[in-house]
Design a protein. Sequence first.
Length: 125
Amino acid sequence: MTDDLLQDLWLHRSADVAVNTLTIRADRVTVHAATTGGEAGCPSCGTVSTRVHSSYVRRLDDSAAGRRRVVVELRVRRFRCREQACPRATFVEQAAGLTFRHGRRSQGLQTALQQLARMASRGVV
Ligand SMILES: [Zn+2]
């Protein structure tokens, strides 16, 4: 699988995410990716920061691929807030269209599950 195909498969979800590799096993596909944006906005005060404090890997469940579970292992960065008066010293960046705060699944899977729940509550499914 080429890097271009990987990017085409995943970058439509977030322009600031680069897919590095895929690991394909019988029951699971793992997408190894990292955020690439140069800055992030503090969720408390809105100040944009480029000062990276640290990074770590978030594991996100994503929509299945056939019968395989899909997990995104996304390296995200923790930034220092530059605003002295802000109560939040550091914050973790979000990848638009892929992550949301404290989420353990991708935004796409979250949206699909919410739509299924709404359909179930109306007796559609
Ligand atoms: Zn702040």
